[in-house]
Design a protein around this ligand. Structure first.
Ligand code: C2E
Ligand code: CA
Ligand code: CA
Length: 763
């Protein structure tokens, strides 16, 4: 805190009389002279003290010392008390002790602020001498004897004021200094923070300014690119860029030329780079701004090799059959789709051959799976090779070409042939030849085995326009071949799909079922593994047939679809389920969503969404408590209608789940084109979890991708504790299955909801 005044003055003189003179000058009758001083000051400086109206002269606190040493002690004492002197008048000669100059030296040694006036009558020391010994200082003035009263007053007044001003200035300087120190500290902290952040990220980062100079980089950058620090010493980004691009499989895919980047607006984009070493790096480029001006570019690199490998593995596992290495059903759908496009363009035709080994089960059972597997491998080998041969034959022979040989699983294979000939019989030579090749004996571990096969054939465009229909029709033709046992193959014929009598009867019964109230619903809980409670309930339809007993939905739902009853039945189901869920909520039970299975046929109804919306309104159930389960095929029927309806559903607030994931013809590539909330991994993958590493890899890979798309993942069909444990270990979101709960009646569901969502498993 700065004093307003410092009016303490120290007189240092060996002569008592001088002390009295000074005291008189500074205290006695000062009013009158103060006016003089003011006038004088005005004359000298052009300014007057602001307090001109208040004409009282300052009251000085005056102390005396008679020797230099004594004076020093008084000064030190005053400093210690925090009451320093503003001014000292010092006599130049003070025998026997220090003279004035020495005294001042000593006093300045302890007090850096004290103003001093040296009083001299003699020519003991010249001014030059004084300045030589004390140096030029703005704290020193010389007063010549004899003293003038006004001069003393003027000195006292001005020098005490000067002391205050000096002190204030100094404090300001200290403030400033303090501020600078603080700012420097802050800055170095934020710098170190930036540095630490830069080093702690998993990304390799390099910053390049607009002149293509390297401004900053982190260790990870060097590591990812395998670059030594010395290489960056030149800070030349273009040189570095050259060096880096040499490491790439496609050298042109990288440029650190900030100039060019800014010009071409080449930033805010992700790009995958592949190194010659097979490493994958994701590159992200961002502009660096300072005061709203572009000052450089930040290049971000992330090693994504691991992720890429998993994706590749998944893609391979998801699209190729492990045993034979042939494309599986997923890839097959793609290939057929592709073949259809080509056929349309080239005005050619396709034949889809569905091939099944007769009594393969017998071979498996009699010789073991090992022999069965070997047989399938050789079989698929022959299939591929003979088709290549028949290609050649085919080329001479109406140009039959194969695009694809695929294994659907088990002992089922599909072959796609392209033919320029509309005449079905034109492919006969090719398939005859194929058959001959395939029924040659198989030599396996000292056994000689022979097989026969059944083949069904459908044609594009005559028997279908899409992969699913074409495969399905070739399949039913194959069944007919098996049944009729006339030849090894049958062409698809429309009549084949005609319903059997039994089927017709059942269909009739189903029409009555709604009216007779034979349909009812079960609810199967899905459990949230994190929260250890029920996440939702899946609605499953049941039919209690009066004579045949409980008919499984897998039987009656396809029937309902083909006989146009799926509409009214699903309406009834939706109404019942939504009202039931609302009723549970009204009873004060914890609100949870129900999920309802939606068949493709049902979804295709024109006003599907509007109808659903109305049912929701009528039941009073909030849309967020309803989820719809679709199979993958819905996604594959990729058309405007599907997309539009999905968007409408999303807008309505209903969640969308993909059911039986992994069994259909879709792939994860398609999934992200739709607003999907949940993926239910089919129970076939869960089934084999405990004894098949591959299943685990696939499940994990599906999870990884689904999670990266923000989707919830459910494992279906959990039947054992060991499956559950594996799923827990790999952080599955939700589980459903007999191990946790069977599908339950309304009464039993109410009971478990009443139990406050209790986790059914003790651990
Ligand atoms: P989904 O959608 O996959 O339904 C799950 C099926 O798996 C149910 O069979 C359920 O009982 C069964 N499940 C549940 N946990 C396990 C388990 O741990 N192990 C085994 N092996 N199975 C388990 P459900 O009720 O027989 O239904 C079969 C299929 O019929 C359903 O498969 C669904 O596609 C269809 N479905 C059932 N209800 C309806 C419905 O209301 N509408 C439509 N469109 N389809 C329905
Ligand atoms: Ca389902
Ligand atoms: Ca399912």
């Amino acid at each position: 805190m700065i004093e307003e005044f410092n009016n303490r003055i120290l007189l240092i003189d060996d002569n008592e009389a001088i002390h009295n003179d000074f005291k008189k000058a500074l205290t006695e009758n000062p009013e009158l002279d103060y006016v003089e001083i003011q006038n004088l000051e005005k004359a000298l400086t052009g300014k007057t003290d602001k307090k001109t109206d208040n004409l009282s002269f300052p009251k000085y606190e005056i102390h005396s010392a008679y020797q230099g040493k004594e004076a020093l002690e008084i000064v030190v004492d005053a400093l210690n008390k925090g009451l320093p002197y503003a001014l000292a008048f010092v006599d130049i000669r003070m025998p026997p002790g220090w003279d004035g100059i020495e005294t001042i030296e000593k006093i300045w040694g302890v007090d850096k602020n004290i103003q001093t006036v040296i009083c001299t009558a003699h020519s003991d020391y010249s001014w030059e001498e004084i300045y030589r010994r004390l140096g030029h200082s703005d704290r020193l003035l010389i007063l010549k004897k004899p003293f003038d009263l006004i001069e003393i007053r003027l000195l006292a007044l001005n020098l005490t004021k000067k002391w205050i001003l000096n002190a204030q200035a100094k404090l300001k300087e200290e403030d400033l200094q303090e501020m600078v120190t603080q700012k420097t500290k802050e800055l170095s902290f934020s710098l170190s923070l930036t540095e630490a952040t830069l080093e702690s990220t998993a990304d390799g980062i390099i910053v390049i300014d607009k002149k293509n100079k390297i401004v900053n980089f982190n260790r990870k950058f060097l590591e990812i690119w395998d670059i030594s620090e010395e290489q960056l010493e030149q800070d030349d980004a273009l040189k570095l860029s050259n060096f880096m691009s040499k490491k790439l499989e496609m050298p042109k895919s990288i440029s650190l030329d900030s100039h060019k980047m800014i010009e071409e607006k080449n930033f805010d984009i992700y790009q995958d780079l592949k190194l010659k070493t097979n490493k994958f790096i994701e590159q992200y480029i961002k502009l660096q701004y300072h005061n709203q001006k572009i000052v450089g570019i930040v290049y971000n690199f992330r090693d994504i090799t691991h992720r890429k490998r998993l994706e590749e593995e998944l893609a391979k596992q998801a699209t190729y059959d492990n045993l034979t290495g042939l494309p599986n059903r997923i890839l097959l759908a793609d290939r057929i789709q592709h073949a259809i496009l080509l056929a349309k363009r080239n005005k050619t035709y396709l034949a889809i051959l569905f091939i099944d080994l007769n009594s393969f089960k017998l071979i498996n059972d009699s010789f073991g799976h090992h022999i069965g597997d070997e047989l399938l491998k050789i079989f698929s080998h022959r299939l591929k090779n003979s088709l290549r041969e028949s290609d050649t034959v085919g080329r001479m022979n109406n140009n039959v070409v194969t695009d694809t040989v695929s294994r659907l699983g088990g002992d089922e294979f599909v072959v796609v042939l392209t033919t320029p000939n509309k005449d079905k019989d034109s492919i006969l030579p090719a398939i005859q030849r194929l058959n001959e090749e395939l029924i040659q004996p198989y030599h396996l571990a000292s056994h000689e085995l022979t097989v026969t096969l059944s083949m069904g054939i459908s044609f594009f465009p005559e028997d279908g326009f899409d992969p699913i229909t074409l495969i399905k029709n070739a399949d039913s033709a194959m069944y007919r071949a098996k049944e009729l046992k006339q030849t090894f193959f049958e062409f698809y014929q429309k009549e084949m799909s005609e319903k059997t009598l039994a089927r017709l009867e059942l269909e009739n019964d189903l029409r009555q079922a709604l009216v007779k109230k034979e349909l009812f619903l079960n609810y199967q809980p899905l459990f949230d593994l994190n929260k250890k409670r029920i996440a939702s309930l899946e609605v499953l339809m049941r039919w209690a047939h009066p004579t045949l007993g409980l008919i499984p939905p897998t039987t009656f739902i396809p029937l309902a679809e083909s006989s146009n009853m799926i509409g009214p039945i699903s309406d009834w189901l939706l109404r019942t389920a939504c009202s039931q869920n609302k009723a549970w909520q009204d009873q004060g039970l914890p609100p949870i969503p129900i999920s309802v299975n939606v068949s493709v046929t049902q979804f295709k109804y024109k006003n599907f969404v509007e109808n659903l919306e109305q049912i929701l309104t009528e039941s009073g159930l909030e849309p967020k408590y309803l989820e719809l389960e679709f199979t993958e095929n819905i996604i594959m029927s990729d058309n405007m209608d599907t997309t539009l309806k999905m968007e409408k559903l999303k807008k309505l607030g209903v969640a969308i789940d993909i059911d039986d994931f992994g069994t259909g013809y879709s792939s994860l590539n398609y999934i992200n084109q739709f607003p999907i909330d949940k993926i239910k991994i089919d129970r076939s993958f869960i089934n084999s979890l405990s004894n098949n590493e591959e299943s685990k890899t696939i499940v994990q890979a599906i999870m990884m991708i689904a999670k990266s798309l923000n989707m919830c993942v459910v494992a279906e069909g959990v039947e054992t504790i060991s499956q559950l444990n594996i799923l827990r270990a790999i952080s599955m979101d939700e589980v459903q299955g007999f191990y946790l709960s069977l599908p339950l009646s309304v009464e039993d569901t109410t009971k478990i909801l009443n139990k406050n969502w209790e986790w059914p498993i003790s651990s």
